[in-house]
Design a protein around this ligand. Structure first.
Ligand code: HEC
Length: 196
């Protein structure tokens, strides 16, 4: 009898851990790129963002933020990016970076995957070349360190000019990159938007 009970309990434990493992199955970088491409094709902007809004550096002089349904639903529900405290499992946000000439220079993405990285809000961080070659993937410390500045917003920044970072922060992460003059002007005209 006791043996049977033990077997039962073990069975339940195995079943439960299989379920939680399935819930946190991490997509390959290629599978995530495919999801990103589908979003690019649908061209659904992240709420509050605009196509070719100003970015901070010459590699992202302009940016386009995209979001899938789960991501935008969370923003719609609370009314603003600054009010979202938790994004749902499966939320995907993407930032396309463009040069001054509006040429795509790279794509970054954050995919919410419950159980993936609890300490850092369960985001799979990813960066790709314009053609989809993976540059960084997973628990990327630099992405996490900067996005944690808006931990209250579950790591998602509101686009410029709503939230801006100081030049010294950008320089701390991207030492050799040039800050876009338009971003410097935004910092001057929107000093209250600087995230501290
Ligand atoms: C120095 C700070 C910093 C670093 C490092 C950084 N980001 Fe961001 N990221 C931002 C800011 C600020 C925004 C909002 C401004 C914008 O959209 O241009 C942003 C926007 C984004 C967005 C659009 C969603 C949002 O939060 O607005 C994604 C996706 C993203 N970043 C992913 C990444 C990934 C992946 C990495 C690492 C490869 C990374 N970021 C590194 C500061 C940073």
């Amino acid at each position: 009898m006791r043996k049977l009970l033990l077997l039962c309990v073990t069975g339940i434990v195995i079943a439960a851990s299989a379920v939680s493992l399935a819930a946190t199955r991490v997509p390959s970088s290629t599978a995530l790129w495919q999801k990103i491409q589908a979003l690019q094709k649908a061209n659904t902007l992240m709420l509050e963002s605009k196509a070719y809004q100003p970015g901070s550096r010459s590699v992202d002089a302009y940016t386009i933020d995209l979001a899938n349904q789960a991501g935008n639903a969370a923003i719609r529900k609370t009314g603003s990016i600054e009010k979202v405290r938790r994004y749902p499992n499966g939320a995907l946000v993407v930032k396309e970076n463009f040069s001054e000439q509006r040429k795509l220079t790279g794509v970054t993405a954050m995919l919410k995957l419950f159980g993936y990285d609890r300490a850092d809000r369960d985001w799979v961080m990813a960066a790709y070349s314009p053609a989809g070659k993976v540059v960084a993937y997973g628990r990327v410390p630099s992405c996490i360190a900067c996005h944690a500045m808006v931990a209250r917003q579950d790591f998602v920044f509101a686009p410029p000019p709503e939230q801006l970072l100081s030049i010294s922060i950008w320089k701390a992460f991207f030492r050799n990159q040039h800050i876009s003059p338009a971003y410097v002007r935004l910092l001057r005209s929107h000093p209250q938007a600087v995230v501290k």
